[in-house]
Design a protein around this ligand. Structure first.
Ligand SMILES: [Fe+2]
Ligand SMILES: [Fe+2]
Length: 191
């Protein structure tokens, strides 16, 4: 059976009936977002890039450390997904993760994810001839300490081949809950 589709060739000619059809499809599509995100995260498996553990294992270790550190569910999901942009954001992976998560998380966690790379740089930028203190430009920002803490406690230590991380399945229900419905943006559910 052929799926019913809108008939317009130009947005300008679209009708209310078209948009009812598209909106119904969109609701089902959006509901599958957590699964698509998890599938995309799995692309990091086996991708080492020279690091001691692959990128999926690094994400699992970061999330496991955050969970064991007593962080709340939203934070743990941010920790799990903070490097999901590595596949498509080769030059700005933090922006990719921040954009995916932005509708679902607090401004503080969004800022943390978006800036984690430049904060992490304190530990290695100088080995590459770059300024390890690049993060200093944010020293007066209210999220400076929060982001530094994420790098020091969770992201930075998450490269241990001996570490026993929790499996992705452990975090799946958390991802599904946090990404269930947007809190921000023009498509956020109205109270
Ligand atoms: Fe990162
Ligand atoms: Fe990381």
């Amino acid at each position: 059976m052929t799926a019913k589709r809108a008939s317009f060739k130009n947005f300008k000619d679209s009708t209310a009936e078209d948009w009812q059809l598209i909106a119904a499809e969109y609701i089902e599509f959006a509901a599958r977002l957590p699964q698509r995100v998890l599938d995309h995260l799995r692309l990091l498996e086996g991708d080492y890039g020279g690091f001691p553990v692959d990128r999926l294992e690094h994400c699992l270790q970061t999330a496991t450390l955050a969970h064991r550190g007593g962080e709340d569910e939203e934070y743990v999901v941010c920790a799990l997904l903070h490097d999901i942009g590595d596949t498509l954001g080769s030059y700005n992976h933090a922006d990719v993760a921040a954009a995916i998560l932005q509708p679902f998380i607090s401004e503080e966690n969004h800022w943390l994810i978006k800036h984690h790379q430049i904060f992490q740089g304190y530990d290695y930028f100088h080995h590459l001839g770059m300024d390890r203190n690049a993060r200093d430009r944010f020293k007066d920002h209210p999220c400076y300490e929060r982001t530094k803490r994420f790098c020091d406690l969770y992201d930075g230590p998450a490269f241990d081949p001996e570490f026993e991380s929790l499996p992705l399945e452990f975090f799946e229900p958390m991802v599904k809950r946090v990404l269930a419905s947007p809190k921000h943006g023009f498509l956020a559910q109205r109270d």
